[in-house]
Design a protein around this ligand. Structure first.
Ligand code: SAM
Length: 460
C-alpha cells in the first residue's frame, strides 16, 4: 500500500483520538472481500448454494443475511456460477446500505448513483422482481456496466438511466417510495484496496465532496414521496461527508426524521468501512428551509433518447415474441408492464404498482435499459435476448442443454464454441450450468450453435 497522506493521518487522530493507532494499523491487514447470494435465483437451502458456500469457504457477514466473506485465494469471478448470476461480488461493509434501506416488493425505488450495481442488485433482490427500480448512473460508460450486472443477475424490473440528478428530478418529482444515494465521496474506505483513491485524496477532498453531496441531495429529496425513505451512504470516514451531511438535511428539511445511522469501522469489524443513514420525509413534499441555489458543479440536462416506435409496432413485435415464447419458452410470464421497442430491440417495461409509471415517463430521459430485454428483431425473426435467458428458469424452457460446473464443456460454451448436440431437438435452447441458465444456443442438425454474447466470452 502507498503511504497515507500526513493530512489524512492528522484528521484520523482528531476524529478517533486513542483509537487512531488501531484504525491506521488496519490499513496493513489484508483486504476483505465478499459475495452476496442472489436470492432471485437461489434459495438459502438449495444444493448449489451449499456447494458454493463449501467450495468458496464462505463465512457470514453479520449485517447482511445474504452476504458472505470469502478468503483471499478464492476467485468467485472465474466460476461459471458467476456467469449464471448466482451471486454478486461486493465488499462486505457496502452490503449494509441496501440492507438498511430495506425496500419491499412492489415499491417504486430509485438508486441515484448506481454503477457498478452493488446496491441496485441488492435492492432488486429484496424487491423479488415486483415494483419498479430505477437505477441511474450519471456516467454513461459506467451505466453500461451497471446494466450488464443487472442483466447477469436476472433482474427484470429495473430501468437503467444515465441522467444528472437535476434532470432526473425534473422528470420524477415526489415519485419514489425509497431512494438510495450511495454518494460519490472522498473514498477513504477504498485506500486499502485501491492506491488510486489514496493518490486522488487531498485535504480539500472532504469539503469538495460534501458540497457535491449536498447538491445531489437537493435533487434526490425532490424525488422522494411524502413519507418516503432516503438511504444515504458513503465509503469514507470523515464527519463532513457523513454525520454533518445528515445534520444539514435535518436543518434544511425540518420535516425529515432520522431513523438510523450505522458506521462500519475497519479496525472494529471485518469490512473496509462504510457509513449509512436512513431518513424519512415528512407528510408533505420535501421543501428546503432555505431556497435552493442553482447547482454549479453538475453538468447540464441529459439529452433524451425516446422509444423509437409506435405502440402498434411494439405490440406487433410482442406478438412475434409471444409466438417465439410459445415454442421455446412456454413458462415465460411477465409482471405488470408494457412492450417497448428501442430500434430493433424489444423490452418489457415494468410499471410501478401505483400505475404512475409507463413509457411516456421516459420521454426526455436517457435510457440504457428500459426493463427486461426480451429479444432482437432480425429481418422479422425473433432472436431471444441474453438478459431473457438469465431472467428465466430452466423449467420455463421447452429445450435445455445441460452443462455441469466441473466439466470442460461449460468452459467451451463460455468461450463461444459450438457444442455437439446429437440427441437434442432443433430450435432455441436454454443452456444451463447445474440447472441455472447461462445463455442461449440454437440446435440444428446435431450441433448447438453458440449465442453467448461476444462481449462476455472467455478468452483462450
Ligand atoms: N452504488 C454503487 C454500487 O453500489 O455499486 C457505487 C456508487 S459510487 C460510490 C458513486 C457513483 O456516483 C459513481 O458511479 C459515480 O459515477 C457517480 N457520480 C459521480 N459524480 C456524480 C454526480 N455529480 N451526480 C451523481 N452521481 C455522480
Amino acid at each position: 500500500m502507498i503511504p497515507l497522506p500526513e493530512a489524512y493521518q492528522e484528521r484520523i487522530l482528531t476524529l478517533l483520538g486513542p483509537e487512531a493507532d488501531a484504525f491506521l494499523s488496519s490499513y496493513t491487514a489484508p483486504k476483505v472481500q465478499g459475495v452476496r447470494r442472489n436470492s432471485l435465483k437461489l434459495a438459502e437451502n438449495s444444493p448449489v448454494w451449499h456447494k458454493i458456500a463449501q467450495e468458496f469457504a464462505l463465512e457470514p457477514v453479520p449485517w447482511c443475511p445474504t452476504g458472505f466473506y470469502y478468503p483471499e485465494h478464492v476467485r468467485p469471478g472465474k466460476s461459471p456460477y458467476h456467469a449464471a448470476g448466482l451471486y454478486y461480488m461486493q465488499e462486505p461493509s457496502a452490503m449494509s446500505s441496501a440492507e438498511l434501506l430495506a425496500p419491499l416488493p412492489g415499491e417504486t425505488v430509485l438508486d441515484l448513483a448506481a454503477a457498478p450495481g452493488g446496491k441496485s442488485t441488492q435492492l432488486a433482490f429484496r424487491m423479488e422482481g415486483k415494483g419498479l427500480l430505477v437505477s441511474n448512473e450519471i456516467h454513461a460508460g459506467r451505466a453500461k456496466i451497471l446494466s450488464e450486472n443487472l442483466e447477469r443477475t436476472g433482474v427484470r424490473n429495473a430501468v437503467v438511466t444515465s441522467m444528472t440528478p437535476e434532470a432526473l428530478a425534473d422528470r420524477f418529482p415526489a415519485f419514489f417510495d425509497r431512494i438510495m444515494l450511495d454518494a460519490p465521496c472522498s473514498g477513504e474506505g477504498m485506500f486499502r484496496k485501491d492506491p488510486e483513491a489514496v493518490r486522488e485524496w487531498t485535504d480539500n477532498s472532504p469539503a469538495f465532496c460534501a458540497a457535491r453531496q449536498r447538491d445531489i441531495l437537493k435533487d434526490a429529496l425532490r424525488m422522494l414521496k411524502p413519507g418516503g425513505i432516503l438511504g444515504y451512504s458513503t465509503c469514507t470516514f470523515n464527519r463532513e461527508e457523513n454525520e454533518e451531511i445528515v445534520q444539514w438535511i435535518l436543518q434544511e428539511y425540518p420535516s425529515f426524521t432520522l431513523l438510523k445511522t450505522e458506521r462500519i469501522w475497519p479496525h472494529l469489524e471485518r469490512g473496509e468501512g462504510h457509513f449509512v443513514a436512513v431518513l424519512q420525509a415528512g407528510p408533505s413534499p420535501a421543501e428546503p428551509a432555505s431556497p435552493p441555489q442553482p447547482s454549479a458543479s453538475l453538468p447540464g440536462k441529459g439529452k433524451g433518447r425516446k422509444p423509437s416506435a409506435s405502440n402498434k409496432q411494439a405490440q406487433e413485435a410482442m406478438d412475434a415474441f409471444l409466438a417465439f415464447a410459445a415454442d421455446s419458452l412456454p413458462g415465460f410470464k411477465a409482471e405488470a408492464g408494457e412492450p417497448l421497442l428501442f430500434g430493433d430491440h424489444l423490452y418489457w417495461l415494468p410499471h410501478s404498482q401505483d400505475g404512475t409509471f409507463s413509457a411516456e415517463r421516459l420521454t426526455g430521459v436517457r435510457v440504457l435499459r428500459p426493463g427486461l430485454h426480451l429479444a432482437e428483431l432480425k429481418k422479422g425473426r425473433i432472436e431471444p435476448a441474453h438478459a431473457l435467458a438469465l431472467a428465466s428458469q430452466s423449467e420455463d424452457a421447452a429445450r435445455t442443454f445441460l452443462l455441469a460446473v466441473d466439466r470442460e464443456a461449460v468452459h467451451h460454451y463460455l468461450r463461444g464454441e459450438a457444442l455437439p448436440a446429437a440427441d437434442h431437438a432443433n430450435g432455441w435452447t436454454l443452456v444451463t450450468v447445474d440447472g441455472y441458465p447461462l445463455g442461449w444456443g440454437k440446435v440444428s442438425g446435431g450441433l448447438l450453435k453458440n449465442h453467448y454474447p461476444k462481449g462476455l466470452r472467455l478468452m483462450g
